[in-house]
Ligand binder design. Structure first.
Ligand code: UD1
Length: 357
């Protein structure tokens, strides 16, 4: 079986790693097409190196742009790529503009399409990711859902027959990396002091970064923490803070560049807690047993809230230290699987291909 994976943004490289391993273990051919949506070395290359993923077969180098322009450039490049490689499957990941472009390009040329991490919903139609994931789910032939909650969303949308719950591949990679860094601690950035308490923070979503007042409010919230906050600044955050004249390095906040994946896992494991608007990081905090504050009005990963490890604080009105000092029970539940999701996903791709290929 020949599988063509389309990736473009940081979280997709993380999800790609266990899938690549599982495909190779079963002797399948794996073509990796990078759209170039993320292009800074610390947002892209470093993930390939650290997570043992081979260099992409092709990079479309689309770079940044408005949603429409970026997606359209990808669509054109991906159509040509699919026609050239003629894979048995196009596999898309998550909810970025790269995901949607690949989904549209694939269905238009009747190319079998599978969506990994299908069925997530925030029910917030202002989020670009929400359109991307809904449109991609409805275009796909096979929907690989990470959780029962995701399965239920797809059932309500009439997509149950095309869906299987395989677990979450982020669990696979997070647990593998956690075990690895326990014996081989990664080298941390120069001014990273490991033996004092700290909070890890990331803010990158358009709704939090692209409005001056909102961004100022979030930085004030972080800076008021008693525990020092290490803000891992996404390029969008840096660019917007500069444009608005908002100082990120303020009060308790120290600014760091984005971390490599093993560094991030190690940083979270040893932290007091995480403050973020990232979907992936909320779940990584949960998987690593660290409390999380999510600076959004809703989350796709509702299990982290139900189990008491994640708190939505969109108004930035509950002190970080108070939230993190609450006692939490370690849960025996595994809503995101136990670490074999990639293998399950590959089995489902094989099964469908045997029946329909
Ligand atoms: C994208 C995804 C988001 C995901 C995030 C992970 C969409 C709609 N959003 O958001 O779901 O959570 O990736 O990081 O696809 N930039 C750089 N260098 C880079 C990449 C981006 O400087 O390597 C800057 C550019 O100014 C760019 C901005 O960041 O305009 C935003 O990048 P973009 O890829 O459009 O979206 P993200 O915010 O990264």
């Amino acid at each position: 079986m020949k599988v063509l994976s389309v990736v473009g943004a940081r979280p997709q490289f993380v999800k790609l790693a266990p899938i690549h391993k599982a495909l190779v273990a079963k002797g399948h051919q794996h073509v990796i097409v990078h759209t170039g949506q993320h292009y800074d070395p610390d947002m892209s290359d470093i993930f390939f190196t650290d997570l043992g993923i081979p260099q992409p077969t092709q990079n479309l180098h689309v770079g940044s742009g408005s949603h429409g322009a970026q997606t359209a450039t990808m669509l054109t490049g991906l159509e040509a790529s699919f026609l050239e490689h003629k894979p048995d499957w196009v596999l898309v990941y998550g909810d970025t503009n790269s995901t949607l472009a690949a989904a549209i390009a694939a269905v238009k040329i009747h190319q079998p399409l599978a969506h990994l991490e299908a069925g997530l919903r925030s029910f917030n139609r202002r989020m670009p990711e929400e359109h991307n994931r809904i449109l991609t789910d409805h275009a796909s032939d096979l929907l690989l859902a990470p959780t029962e909650v995701a399965m239920n969303h797809l059932r309500h949308e009439g997509l149950a027959e095309r869906t299987v719950v395989v677990g979450d591949v982020m669990t696979d990679v997070c647990f593998q990396t956690r075990d690895k860094v326990a014996t081989q601690p990664p080298e941390m950035p120069n001014n990273w002091i490991s033996d004092t308490p700290y909070v890890v923070a990331t803010i990158h979503r358009q709704e939090n970064t692209d409005d001056k007042q909102r961004l100022t409010e979030i930085i004030q919230y972080l800076s008021a923490s008693t525990t020092p906050v290490r803000l891992l600044a996404h390029p969008r955050l840096k660019a917007k803070a500069q444009e608005f004249g908002v100082a990120l390095q303020h009060g308790s906040v120290s600014v760091f560049d984005p971390l490599a994946y093993p560094q991030l896992v190690s940083a979270v494991m040893h932290s007091h807690g995480v403050v973020t608007d990232s979907g992936g990081l909320q779940k990584e905090a949960f998987l690593l047993g660290v409390p999380c504050i999510t600076v959004r009005t809703e989350t796709e990963w509702t299990e982290t809230i139900d189990l008491g490890w994640n708190t939505l604080i969109p108004e930035c009105d509950q002190p970080i230290d108070t939230v993190f000092s609450e006692q939490r029970e370690v849960s025996a539940a595994h809503p995101y699987g136990t670490g074999n999701a990639a293998q399950r996903a590959v089995e489902e791709l094989e099964k469908w291909h045997l029946q329909h290929g």
